[in-house]
Design a protein around this ligand. Structure first.
Ligand SMILES: [Zn+2]
Length: 92
């Protein structure tokens, strides 16, 4: 007659404590859409430009940008605004 004593084959004391890394790969980050200053559509990318003699900065969507840019002596480009910003992304 055999007496089998159950033993844990692996001692799990070495198991790592759970770290507080909360990864949410499936979660969609809500884009903060902003309205174009010209057509007032909500867009995720806007260009900061000047397009008339008032020289005021406006934020426009790409379609509007293409409309006001050609042959525009007042046109000035001042940067691109994007809804999504990833701080840790590096572009080389
Ligand atoms: Zn627009």
């Amino acid at each position: 007659m055999l007496i089998v004593t159950k033993q844990n084959p692996k001692d799990k004391t070495k198991e790592k404590p759970r770290e507080k890394t909360e990864e949410k790969p499936a979660e969609k980050t809500k884009e903060k859409l902003k309205a174009c200053d010209l057509c007032h559509q909500l867009v995720s990318i806007r260009y900061r430009i000047q397009y008339d003699e008032s020289a005021k900065w406006v934020l426009v969507c790409p379609p509007c940008w293409h409309q006001v840019q050609p042959n525009n002596p007042y046109y000035r480009y001042g940067g691109t605004w994007k809804a999504k910003k990833k701080a840790k992304k590096r572009k080389t």
